[in-house]
Design a protein around this ligand. Structure first.
Ligand SMILES: [Zn+2]
Length: 113
């Protein structure tokens, strides 16, 4: 349901792997949090590695946010590369930026907008 609502609103959507999001400390990424059914009632915990005190749900939400942002960063990079390749095809020269690339190497005067 969330996917089609995001599609309708033209916003980015992806699912993240929630595995260990409750157990993993959002500060040091050690898996020292509550584990299994026995620890299900544990709402707060302290990371034994870095000493950070966590609210179970807030910690998990932070881990899921970081995983989602990482996926979004990859998706944007892939899209940028596809755009760059399409632009190269239209222009007929490489518009790749960085050392050894760019308009000067192609003989086109560089113009700052
Ligand atoms: Zn920690």
């Amino acid at each position: 349901m969330l996917k089609y609502k995001c599609d309708n609103a033209a916003v980015w959507f992806d699912e993240v792997n929630e595995s260990y999001s409750t157990q993993e400390c959002c500060v040091c990424h050690a898996r020292t949090g509550p584990k299994g059914l026995a620890d299900l009632a544990m709402r707060q915990w302290t990371c034994s590695v870095c000493g950070t005190q966590h609210d179970r749900d807030t910690n998990a939400a932070k881990n899921i946010l970081v995983r989602g942002l990482a996926l979004m960063e990859i998706a944007i990079a892939v899209e940028a590369r596809a755009d760059e390749a399409a632009m190269n095809e239209v222009v007929g020269v490489s518009v790749t930026t960085g050392a050894g690339y760019g308009p000067l190497d192609a003989g086109i005067p560089f113009q700052v907008a």
